[in-house]
Ligand binder design. Structure first.
Ligand SMILES: [Zn+2]
Length: 300
C-alpha cells in the first residue's frame, strides 16, 4: 500500500539531465537560453520582491552571475532550464540588490502560495546550494574541492576524491495501537521538546549506519516512547532538503501500549483516537509527509 502520490517538494517537473550535465558546453548553452530562469538564494532563504512574490532572475542578470560564480543546474522543464545561484557570500543588502529583490524569506513559510513544481524546485535548490557551501573542502585530505557536472559533483584538488550531494535518510512513522475489541482505534503522537502546547506529531528519526529503514522505525519508537513495534509497512517518501534529508514514511503496529517518554527528544506522548488526532492535526503545517500519514489513517 502506498499513500498519496505527489507529496509536497517531490514533483519539480524537472528533467535533471543526469547523463548530459557533465558536458560543460551543454550546460553553458542552457544557461544562456532566453527562457532560462535562475533561482537566487541567500543562506538557505528565498528572495522575494515587494509584492511578496518569489524573485526569479533571467540569464542576463550580469551582476547576479558575477556575484555567485557558476550557478547550479537543476534541470529542464517545459518552460526552459532552471538554475540556482548562491549569494551567501554577500551580505544581505548586497544579495538583495544583485537579485533585484526586496527581502529574504523562509521557503516553507511561502509554501502555501507556491505551485507544486516551484515548491519542489526551491527545495531542491536550497538543498543543493547548502551542500556546496558545506563541502568546499575534502573530508579525507582537507584540500579544496571544485564543483563540476552542472553542480552535481565536487572533486578534490588534492586526492581526486569525488563528492556527491549527500542525503541523510530519516524515517517517520504513524504508530497504531494494538487492536482491542470494543475499543476505538488509536495512534501514537508525541510532543517534541520545545514544541508549543498541543503540537503533537508523528515520531521520526535518522537512520543509522548499518540499519534498515524498518529497524530504524522500531528503534526510534522504542527509544523515544518505550512502545515496542512489530509490523512496519512502507507508505511513501518525501524529499526533505531542510537541509539534506529524505523522509521515508511508514505505518507501524505497536505490540505494547505502555508509554515511557525519553524526556530528551520528547516532552510527552499519548494515544489519540481518530477524533482527537483530527483535532491535533488541524492546527499543524501541512507540507510534510507527516500530515499525509495521519490523514491516511483518519480516512480509513
Ligand atoms: Zn582530498
Amino acid at each position: 500500500m502506498t499513500i498519496v502520490p505527489g507529496l509536497p517538494y517531490a514533483a519539480s517537473g524537472l528533467d535533471r539531465g543526469g547523463s548530459r550535465r557533465g558536458d560543460e558546453r551543454w550546460i553553458s548553452g542552457l544557461l544562456a537560453g532566453q527562457a532560462t530562469v535562475i533561482i537566487p538564494m541567500w543562506r538557505d532563504s528565498c528572495l522575494i520582491d515587494g509584492g511578496g512574490q518569489l524573485r526569479w532572475c533571467a540569464p542576463d542578470a550580469a551582476d547576479l552571475l558575477a556575484a555567485c560564480g557558476q550557478p547550479a543546474f537543476l534541470g529542464v522543464r517545459a518552460e526552459g532550464a532552471v538554475f540556482a545561484a548562491d549569494l551567501s557570500e554577500l551580505d544581505e543588502p548586497a544579495a538583495l540588490s544583485v537579485a533585484g529583490a526586496t527581502a529574504t524569506a523562509d521557503m516553507r513559510a511561502l509554501f502555501a502560495g507556491l505551485s507544486a513544481p516551484d515548491a519542489a524546485a526551491l527545495a531542491y535548490a536550497k538543498g543543493l546550494l547548502r551542500w556546496h557551501r558545506e563541502q568546499r573542502f575534502c573530508g579525507a585530505c582537507g584540500s579544496a574541492t571544485q564543483a563540476s557536472h552542472g553542480g552535481h559533483q565536487r572533486s578534490c584538488e588534492g586526492c581526486g576524491r569525488l563528492l556527491f550531494p549527500r542525503i541523510e535518510p530519516a524515517v517517520i512513522a504513524l504508530v497504531t495501537a494494538p487492536p482491542e475489541p470494543g475499543r476505538a482505534d488509536r495512534c501514537l503522537l508525541a510532543r517534541h521538546r520545545g514544541a508549543k502546547p498541543g503540537a503533537f506529531a508523528t515520531l521520526a528519526g535518522f537512520v543509522e549506519i548499518g540499519e534498515s529503514l524498518e529497524d530504524a522505525v522500531r528503534r526510534e519508537v522504542t527509544e523515544e516512547t518505550g512502545v515496542r513495534v512489530g509490523e512496519v509497512s512502507y507508505q511513501g517518501s518525501q524529499p526533505w532538503p531542510f537541509p539534506s534529508g529524505i523522509m521515508a514514511g511508514f505505518r507501524a503496529r505497536a505490540l505494547t501500549e505502555s508509554i515511557d517518554v525519553d524526556g530528551e527528544e520528547l516532552e510527552e506522548a499519548r494515544w489519540f483516537t481518530r477524533d482527537q488526532a483530527r483535532a491535533a492535526n488541524a492546527g499543524q503545517r501541512h507540507d510534510s509527509i507527516e500530515h499525509y500519514l495521519i490523514e491516511g489513517w483518519l480516512t480509513e
